[in-house]
Design a protein around this ligand. Structure first.
Ligand code: SF4
Ligand code: SF4
Length: 257
């Protein structure tokens, strides 16, 4: 048995078990047969739509991160990909290279990867981004497939640890339906290729509920049909429709619109 990484690379800061961007990016799980490079190519084809065709979110968060999009700098997030995904990326581009730790903190961040099916990588930076050769994590961030306690994939939730840094998290009403549909379709294909991924996100969803229940706060989910819901704290995952006016309050979590 091999270990699996969570290439969605963001689950950091929300429970030391998963890591994606900087503090949390490595989710290790028992894993039998990771998706092949060919599988990832198929999955990539299903996940190409931008979150929004109206807003360039990188321009929204970069002014607060030394001019660089938050999710595209290894200071915030060291990308972790499955080795098979990396094989595909290397066959298509020279944009990705193995991540070179610059200090002890970097080395500690990626220490858990040793012996796993994953590796830490880095791209050439936002100025050289090749849209078609972004990783699965790049394509998905800041969203992950959200499962209710019954194990149903009911929509998308966000990596809450990036609240205040990621503009999209504070403005989730800008998400367009093609992105939503493609996120769900591509991840359902991923789960079909390896069901451990489903468990990964099921656990991530449970962790999301636990963290917000401890805080006594609700969190938003974009439903499969594009409507919005709140997941209520201490409610065993009860979801209620979200009013637009309440969702607008999320904007207060970021310095600008
Ligand atoms: S997804 Fe979030 S962190 Fe990444 S560029 Fe857009 S606003 Fe910035
Ligand atoms: S490949 Fe593009 S989207 Fe992904 S981290 Fe690099 S610059 Fe950002």
């Amino acid at each position: 048995m091999d270990e699996m990484c969570h290439s969605a690379r963001v689950i950091a800061r929300q429970g030391r078990a998963l890591k994606l961007y900087r503090d949390i990016r490595i989710l290790l799980y028992v894993w039998s047969m990771p998706p092949s490079p060919k599988d990832y190519a198929e999955i990539y084809k299903k996940l190409q739509a931008p979150i929004s065709t109206v807003y360039d979110c990188g321009k929204k968060c970069a002014p607060y991160n030394n001019g660089m999009p938050v999710c595209c700098t290894t200071d915030n997030a060291i990308p972790i990909v499955e080795k098979s995904e990396y094989v595909l990326l290397r066959s298509r581009t020279d944009m990705w290279t193995p991540f070179k730790p610059k200090n002890a903190a970097d080395r500690a961040e990626i220490a858990d990867l040793k012996g796993s099916a994953c590796r830490a990588v880095e791209c050439k930076g936002a100025a050289f981004c090749e849209r078609d050769n972004r990783s699965m994590a790049c394509r998905s961030f800041p969203f992950y497939p959200y499962f209710n306690p019954a194990g149903e994939l009911v929509g998308l939730a966000t990596y809450w640890s990036f609240e205040g840094q990621c503009w999209v998290i504070s403005n989730i009403m800008i998400v367009e339906k093609p992105f939503l549909d493609e996120m769900l379709d591509s991840h359902e294909l991923l789960f079909k290729k390896d069901d451990d991924w489903r468990k990964t996100y099921y656990d991530q969803s449970a962790q999301h509920r636990r963290v917000f229940s401890r805080k006594g706060e609700k969190f938003p989910v974009i439903g499969r049909d594009g409507s919005y819901f709140w997941v209520l704290p201490k409610s065993e995952g009860k979801m209620i429709p979200a009013k637009k006016a309440d969702l607008m309050k999320l904007r207060k979590g970021f310095p600008n619109f």
